[in-house]
Design a protein around this ligand. Structure first.
Ligand code: COA
Length: 254
């Protein structure tokens, strides 16, 4: 573990905390690797009944660390991000997201694979893939359309605009909005309630709710292929260069 992911088990609940608050908890490949390992261990550990995913400081996660991502693009099914997201998508026990601030890119995508999500009132969400010359990932092109309907999914994925907690609640991406000073206690209470349920019945219920996992897995593969192609694009280079130069990207030449 690098210290950029804090993994703690208490009362049957594993809390996974992205811990790079000075970078808005942008996720490095090493963090995906740590989080993937923690999930794998937790799935096999009968004493872990529930997982909570959250972030340190004022952010949930600003998504992929763009520098790391460009220098070490995730290629192939064994890349840490794939191991983490596959582990999350296939996780057999309940997962609760505590969105304590900004949740961008994979920070929002993760929520589609959690069973419950609670957020603070000033949480901000965004799927900016198209702005970065990328495409949706980890079945978000399928799951968002399911959560929101095709029109609103197109809006989020083709315009890539940010939206707030009230909108996320209305879209069905959140169970509830909770004041910042109550989020941890509220999520702990939900996790405790889940941890007290009969574990096999809970796992079976989750499996039934996700009975179409094959379709999700197929979409993940399709998206990964297109995403991999986009990673080689000059459009992506321009988008990322512009981010670090703190200027608007210029796609007029493409
Ligand atoms: N990758 C790498 N560094 C990131 C990052 C990311 N995804 N998101 C934020 N950071 C860094 C910034 O570069 C900045 O570093 P610095 O202090 O060394 O300059 C620091 O985190 C704080 O970010 P800042 O942009 O100043 O904070 P903000 O509150 O104004 O905005 C965000 C927060 C998340 C809205 C904004 O940082 C952002 O849009 N980040 C990029 C999100 C993104 O495109 N993610 C990838 C999706 S695939």
């Amino acid at each position: 573990m690098t210290g950029h992911v804090i993994s703690e088990i208490a009362n049957g609940v594993l809390t996974l905390r992205f811990n790079r608050p000075d970078k808005k908890n942008a996720i490095l490949a090493s963090m995906y690797a740590d989080a993937a390992q923690a999930l794998k261990t937790a799935d096999a550990d009968a004493s872990v009944r529930v997982v909570v995913i959250t972030g340190s400081g004022d952010s949930f996660s600003a998504g992929n660390d763009l520098k790391d991502f460009i220098e070490n693009p995730p290629m192939g099914a064994d890349a840490p991000v794939f191991r983490f997201m596959h582990g999350l998508a296939a996780f057999s026990k309940p997962v609760v997201a505590a969105v304590n601030g900004v949740a961008v890119g994979i920070g929002t995508t993760v929520l589609l694979h959690c069973d419950f999500a609670y957020a603070v009132p000033n949480a901000k969400f965004q799927l900016p893939f198209v702005n970065l010359a990328l495409v949706p990932e980890f079945a978000s092109s399928l799951l968002l359309a399911r959560f929101l309907g095709p029109r609103r999914a197109a809006e989020l994925l083709m315009l890539g605009e940010p939206f707030g907690a009230e909108t996320a609640l209305e879209f069905g991406l959140l169970n509830a909005i909770v004041p910042a000073d109550q989020l941890e206690a509220a999520v702990r209470a939900k996790a405790a309630a889940l941890a007290a349920k009969p574990p096999a019945a809970l796992r079976a219920t989750k499996a039934l709710l996700n009975a179409d996992r094959d379709e999700i897995a197929k979409r993940i593969m399709l998206e990964a292929k297109v995403f991999g192609e986009r990673l080689q694009s000059a459009e992506l280079k321009e988008a990322v260069t512009a981010f670090f130069e703190k200027r608007a990207p210029d796609f007029s030449k493409f």
